[in-house]
Every structure is written in structure tokens, then in C-alpha cells.
Design a protein around this ligand. Structure first.
Ligand SMILES: [Zn+2]
Ligand SMILES: [Zn+2]
Length: 77
């Protein structure tokens, strides 16, 4: 990982873009694409990895997480 210290704060160099350290959680840790937020399942995912970037919650009776497909871009029920 390459870091750049700027006057405005710490930036992460990713795909030739500088990501503000404060926004780094909105990017995929694997491919560094910007994450997409899924309103239906209330979770963010990476469309290029086709993987959720938020864990399911600990509530086993939770309807959202129960219906959540294994991969975000798989066909929805
Ligand atoms: Zn990714
Ligand atoms: Zn849940």
C-alpha cells in the first residue's frame, strides 16, 4: 500500500486516485473500487468483486440478512 501525507490529511493511493483516509471504508479493501450501497439489504458491496463488504448482523432472526444472497450480484429471489 502506498500512503501520501498531505496537508489535508492522510491519503491512500489507489488506482492512481488519492482516497482520503476518512473515506477509505467506502472502498473495497481488495480491489479498491468504490463500494455500492444496497438499500434493499442495507449493506454495502463491491460490484467488481461481487462480494459483500459488510458482515451479516448477529441477529439470526433478522429478515434482511436472512434474505441476503451469498453474492450481491447473484439473481435475487
Ligand atoms: Zn472489490
Ligand atoms: Zn441483519
Amino acid at each position: 500500500m502506498n500512503y501520501k501525507q498531505e496537508e489535508q490529511g492522510l491519503y491512500l493511493l489507489a488506482n492512481k486516485n488519492f482516497i482520503n483516509w476518512m473515506d477509505v471504508h467506502t472502498y473495497c479493501h481488495s480491489c479498491l473500487e468504490k463500494l455500492t450501497f444496497d438499500d434493499e439489504f442495507d449493506a454495502s458491496y463491491c460490484s467488481s468483486c461481487n462480494e459483500w463488504r459488510e458482515e451479516k448482523c448477529s441477529d439470526i432472526t433478522c429478515e434482511y440478512c436472512d434474505k441476503r444472497p451469498k453474492r450481491p450480484l447473484d439473481p435475487r429471489r
